[in-house]
Design a protein around this ligand. Structure first.
Ligand SMILES: C[S@@+](CC[C@H](N)C(=O)[O-])C[C@H]1O[C@@H](n2cnc3c(N)ncnc32)[C@H](O)[C@@H]1O
Length: 160
């Protein structure tokens, strides 16, 4: 079962977080942008409301939460319903795939990574943005996750 209830029920709060924490958002965006190719066909898995896909020029997304999907679509992203574990795309479809703070929500990380590999073209790039469980921020998120609407069911991983 994809972890979408919190996003379906609180999608406007999710969206507002980025306005309230504008400079955190901009610094995250800058960090991710550094790694995202400027050319080629890209996909964001767990595209959410499109807060990264839109400014990064990624036109295709995958998103299981209907409310988040609608928000991203209203911003011009072509969003497919579904989950990372079973991507609805042909083999070798994309030059790059992005996942931002989504790996902590998937039910099966190995299956999701295999699916990303399958849909990537040869020499395609996979960019993961995550709250690293071993970082100072990750430790704070882990401590506070029980009180968080969004992160209470998340499992944080380290880059390692
Ligand atoms: C924290 S949000 C990140 C959204 C967007 N990437 C961003 O950074 O704003 C996590 C997203 O992962 C989605 N999600 C949950 N389970 C998923 C799964 N199994 N496969 C793909 N996406 C999933 C949620 O619906 C949610 O939109």
């Amino acid at each position: 079962m994809p972890k979408t209830k919190c996003f379906d029920e609180n999608y406007m709060d999710y969206e507002e977080w980025f306005d309230k924490n504008r400079y955190v958002y901009l610094s995250e965006l800058k960090a991710v942008k550094h790694f995202v190719p400027q050319i080629g066909t890209g996909l964001e898995v767990g595209v959410g409301s499109g807060k990264f896909a839109v400014p990064l020029g990624i036109k295709i997304g995958l998103e299981p939460s209907e409310k988040m999907k609608q928000l991203a679509e209203s911003k011009g992203v072509k969003v497919y319903g579904g989950v990372a574990e079973a991507l609805p795309f042909e083999d070798s479809s994309f030059d790059f795939v992005l996942m931002v703070t989504t790996i902590c929500f998937v039910d099966d990380v190995d299956k999701s990574l295999r699916e990303v590999k399958r849909v990537l073209k040869k020499n395609g790039k996979f960019i993961i943005g995550l709250v690293d469980s071993e970082s100072p921020l990750g430790k704070i998120y882990k401590e506070k996750k029980d009180g968080s609407v969004f992160y209470k069911d998340a499992i944080f991983y380290s880059a390692k």
